[in-house]
Design a protein around this ligand. Structure first.
Ligand code: DMJ
Length: 476
């Protein structure tokens, strides 16, 4: 018999850590959630857990075994001809941190007993690296199950043929069964977002080949910087020529910079540390733009630093988190205020926005996490409850516009709030996780200072990676 306690939170106002919010009645199945063991009492944290459980049940009911849930039609979506089980692998670390152990263990059992990657499909190497490899490695880190590590290694071995190019930058697609790789043109994020997962795998398996592949790809980008120290955004993996010379931190580049710093933080590879420090100085010198009293990051030509566009993407809101993590709190705060202003202008964020023309150039909102991630980092790193309140606001708006009968869905246009029929896998992996970690801050045993998240919010403990060992096992 499952014990179910209804938490009556109807008119209750949480007065915790200066973060206040009235929430409506919700219920958490405490027989499943380990929240009581964690002594989580913040009603907003409990509400996020309840909403995660509700969305997860919808995925199980309507999309089990498939990649993603279509929450309006209560159907499923697969990225390729055969499913890769992306939502559950992405959801695991969030369910685990929330103490939803039945759900987490069901995924783990399915992964080790039933999931095979021997599929004749062409997978997008960037996307499956951050979601599947990152998710499996985090599942291993949290569960300690060696069969999960074997799955992660099997998956990485299927990815590796893509790195077999003249530059070392991976091709866009790889066939998981045959190893045949295709797609010579990739953006910088697709070229250089591998050192973190590949380094972790090298550490766990004591085989440096994974880190070598990821790092070569990153260095191949860095080595092609302009005399100003800037990189472009699209490159040919065979010729090494820039296909587009726009330099920015937006979608298509973002996680290249993120992984320079995070991989340095986790493994202490001094070369990545120095590339990060050099890069961020150039970004702040040539790409930062003061406009209308706010800090923005525009697009410039990598060779001349001439501005080429003031269109930004909501992905760019990852940058305050990395600035704050790497110690530049003043700039991180200013930039987060810019993003907060943009969110409040619409009530959600548009995918692309031209800040000089003041128009949304692509008004979709896909339940993305970045602004929430940065507010969470700043809340932890500054202790200022204003950042917790930002996440209260974002959560309140997401509930208002994106909540459906069974789960949450993306928005087609933030000016009309018309809903799309899709719940991306990163909503489980990232958005719900960062909201929960914000609202359970100070109550959960999660130790931010000992954690580094991959770009899909899968957490890894810094203390799991001994720096001397990392040098040996990763081979740097
Ligand atoms: C996520 O899949 C990852 O964070 C990626 O690096 C870019 N952003 C999406 C979610 O917005």
């Amino acid at each position: 018999m499952m014990k179910k306690r209804l938490l009556m939170l109807g008119v209750m106002t949480a007065m915790l850590f200066g973060c206040t919010q009235a929430v409506k009645e919700t219920s958490v199945d405490e027989s499943k959630a380990d929240v009581s063991a964690e002594k989580i009492t913040n009603p907003l944290a409990l509400e996020v857990v309840a909403e995660t459980q509700r969305s997860w049940q919808a995925y199980r009911q309507y999309a089990w075994g498939h990649d993603a849930l279509n929450p309006l039609t209560k159907s499923f979506d697969d990225w390729y001809d055969e499913p890769l089980y992306i939502s559950p692998i992405d959801a695991y670390s969030t369910l685990y941190l929330m103490g939803l152990m039945d759900e987490a263990q069901e995924i783990e059992r399915y992964v080790v007993d039933s999931l095979s990657f021997d599929k004749n499909i062409n997978a997008k190497i960037f996307e499956v690296n951050i979601r599947i490899l990152g998710g499996l490695l985090s599942m291993y880190e949290l569960s300690g199950n060696p069969r999960v590590l074997a799955k992660a290694r099997d998956f990485a071995d299927r990815m590796l043929p893509a790195f077999n190019t003249k530059t070392g930058i991976p091709k866009y697609w790889v066939n998981l069964q045959t190893g045949e790789a295709s797609g010579d043109t990739v953006n910088v994020a697709e070229a250089g977002t591998y050192t973190f997962e590949m380094g972790i795998l090298s550490y766990y398996t004591n085989d440096p080949k994974y880190y070598a592949a990821g790092k070569n790809a990153t260095l191949a980008i860095y080595e092609r910087r302009s005399p100003l120290g800037l990189i472009g955004d699209v490159i040919d993996v065979e010729t090494g020529e820039w296909v587009s010379a726009q330099s920015h931190i937006c979608a298509g580049v973002d996680s290249y910079y993120e992984y320079l710093y995070k991989s340095y933080l986790l493994f202490d590879d001094p070369q990545l540390g120095s590339i990060w420090h050099e890069s961020v100085n150039h970004i702040n010198k040539y790409i930062a733009d003061e406009y209308d009293g706010k800090l923005w990051y525009r697009r410039v030509n990598m060779n001349t630093s001439e501005p080429v566009s003031s269109v930004i993407t909501l992905y760019d809101a990852f940058f305050p988190a990395i600035l704050a993590l790497s110690g530049d709190i003043p700039r991180a705060k200013r930039l987060q205020n810019t993003w907060d202003w943009l969110w409040n202008k619409y009530g959600l964020e548009p995918m692309a926005y031209d800040y000089r023309k003041a128009i949304a150039t692509y008004p979709v909102y896909d339940l993305n996490p970045e602004i929430i991630e940065s507010a969470y980092y700043l809340y932890h790193l500054t202790g200022d409850s204003a950042y917790c309140q930002m996440n209260e606001k974002y959560w309140s708006d997401i509930k208002k516009y994106c909540r459906t009968e069974v789960a949450f869905t993306s928005i087609e246009n933030v000016e009309t709030m018309k809903q799309k029929d899709y719940m991306p896998t990163f909503f489980f992996a990232e958005t719900l996780k960062y909201l929960y970690l914000t609202f359970s801050h100070g109550q959960s045993s999660f130790d931010f200072d000992n954690q580094v998240f991959n770009t899909e919010a899968h957490p890894f403990k810094r203390s799991s990676f001994d720096k001397q060992e990392a040098k040996k096992r990763l081979g740097f």
